[in-house]
Design a protein around this ligand. Sequence first.
Ligand code: ADP
Ligand code: ADP
Length: 228
Amino acid sequence: MIQFTNVSKIYSNGARALVDINLTIENGEFVFLVGPSGAGKSTLIRLLYREETPTRGQVIINGKNLLRMRDHDVPRLRRNIGVIFQDFRLLPSKTVFENVAFALEVIGMSKNEVRDRTRQALDLVGLASKEKVFPNELSGGEQQRISVARAIVNNPALLVADEPTGNLDPETAWGIMDLLYNINKRGTTVVMATHARDIVDQMQKRVIAIENGKVARDDQQGGYGYVD
Ligand code: ADP
Ligand code: ADP
């Protein structure tokens, strides 16, 4: 479903974030991206939802070449990709319900369907009772659960997460990992950049290590492999 062919990304300031990356990720895989800070993990993630485009090479997702994609086709791509960030990025002036429902409203779904799907997503993350609350009234772990609900409410084929547990204590982090694990079990491909060594070591999923913009290691059931 995801194919990188000779992908390089050089930012306008000259930073060589990715150098000649070749990579295939199949439907339904769970993939950890690991590596030192500045290695290029976030850049790789941003290429997936076309927040960035490659300087050279091709990124193909479900047969679509992201470089050739026109700007007006990007919203459709993004509807099929859920994104989770370290800092949650919920809208502070919207309630929990509104934060999750927003992604459905913008595609013109009926009010009833928006309500049903939003409640389903909130149920899945165990926070249906918080739908009327504002994000700043929630703990970090709860806010991240809401952002998971927002990411999956469209039932995307691909979920990408950039350090989703980076601001959470270990217990809370495992709660988020259980959600991602179950979402992946239902068929969604998950690509997650992380520094959480214990999580990577315990879950025994595919591990791709990025160092200096290159793939340094790619293990089907890997470990974290760094001491940082
Ligand atoms: P990681 O996620 O592994 O920490 P990044 O993808 O954020 O790595 O960064 C890779 C390299 O690209 C670093 O040298 C970083 O400074 C640079 N970089 C990242 N984002 C930008 C940007 N928007 N503009 C310029 N350089 C950037
Ligand atoms: P499975 O059900 O196939 O064993 P899990 O994702 O439940 O897969 O577990 C994968 C690994 O992650 C296991 O080694 C398990 O110990 C660890 N793990 C999963 N959830 C937690 C958790 N809440 N706390 C600690 N470790 C966990």
